[in-house]
Design a protein around this ligand. Structure first.
Ligand code: GA4
Length: 334
């Protein structure tokens, strides 16, 4: 019985901790209506590459409606969900992440957010695709608006003359952004394996990685699981908050700030008892955009830490990598 359970969990990594990682209470919380928000955002991006956003202006119904539709979808019989897969790269995926052998205790939908590509596999919500499409569109519209504001505050805080230096990349019609709905089922198998007595063991839902894009905007239900890696390498658990958003700095923003902002390493552990649903908007630049440190951010005599590349080049290279690889390494100047 135990052997069977072990076999069932074979390809998945289990994170064992001697002492359970407590919830980390020092995650910066930024109030978007605070007049000091820009300064606090810069500090958070430098120190953590990560912060929580409150008073963000996105109506709660927009979030809960999408969560309800996502939950319905993930509860459909497997053959129904499989009709929306495989993710190549867009569509439904189950346990396999990316094209190079990564696996996780997760099922997901990856969607393109480019309005020009509206014919994607929206039949996934068979009962009422129209509702699904419009709820996703409303959510993305609201989250994008908020992301533009955050990116403009970043430019302000960095004292860059053109406020839209980052946001224009996402506002562009050709912005290469995408959207992900994740469902992490409770890992009851692991619970069975340990006789229902889980002490400090969790299945990896989504393995450690940094996001390649400029910015990621995450919202989840109230189930914990997200962890970020601090500068000195310690993993800490982010207390969930279904009313707020969490903002991640991505690799492209680390490069544009010549390493001043940190692209944060993060991962998700599956909960033994509760399902976790998350929705993430990944804001990327147009494929042809050259990604390089902004000259106005370079001190006199400061050289670029990175070789110049286009977003297409970076993305191609990312899709050849494994999740945990240090993708920026190939683009660093030696
Ligand atoms: C990580 C961030 C986003 O979820 C994502 C992921 C993408 C995928 O799931 O297809 C990647 C991963 C992510 C980075 C490296 C490559 C590509 C899986 C993978 C192994 C959608 C993205 O843009 O990059």
């Amino acid at each position: 019985m135990v052997v069977l359970s072990q076999l069932a969990l074979e390809p998945f990594s289990v994170i064992k901790t001697c002492k359970p990682i407590g919830l980390f209470s020092e995650i910066p919380v930024i109030d978007l209506t605070d007049p000091h928000a820009k300064t606090l955002i810069i500090k958070a991006c430098e120190e953590f590459g990560f912060f929580k956003l409150v008073n963000h202006g996105v109506p709660m119904e927009v979030m809960t409606q999408l969560e309800a539709l996502a939950t319905n979808f993930f509860h459909l019989p497997q053959p129904e969900k499989d009709k929306a897969g495989p993710p190549d790269p867009f569509g439904y995926g189950n346990k396999k992440i990316g094209p190079n052998g990564d696996v996780g205790w997760v099922e997901y939908l990856l969607l393109n957010t480019n309005p020009q590509i509206s014919s994607q596999k929206t039949f996934i919500f068979r009962e009422n695709p129209q509702i699904f499409r419009s709820v996703v569109e409303d959510y993305i519209k609201a989250v994008k608006r908020m992301a533009f504001e955050v990116l403009e505050l970043m430019a302000d805080g960095l004292e860059i003359e053109s406020r839209n230096v980052f946001s224009r990349l996402l506002r562009d019609d050709k912005s290469d952004s995408c959207f992900r709905l994740n469902h992490y089922p409770p890992c009851s198998e692991l619970q069975a394996l340990s006789g229902g007595n889980l002490i400090g063991g969790n299945l990896v839902g989504f393995g450690e990685h940094t996001d390649p894009q400029i910015i990621s905007v995450l919202r989840s239900n109230n189930t914990s699981g997200l962890q970020i890696c601090l500068k000195e390498g310690t993993w800490v658990s982010v207390p969930p908050d279904q009313t707020s958003f969490f903002i991640n700095v991505g690799d492209a923003l680390q490069v544009m700030t010549n390493g001043r902002f940190r692209s944060v390493k993060h991962r998700v552990l599956a909960d033994p008892l509760k399902p976790r649903i998350s929705m993430i908007f990944f804001g990327g630049p147009p494929l042809s955009e050259k990604i390089a440190p902004l000259p106005s951010l370079m001190a006199e005599g400061e050289g670029s830490l990175y070789k110049e590349f286009t977003w297409l080049e970076y993305k191609r290279s990312a899709y050849k990598s494994r999740l945990a690889d240090y993708r920026l390494g190939l683009f660093e100047k030696t």
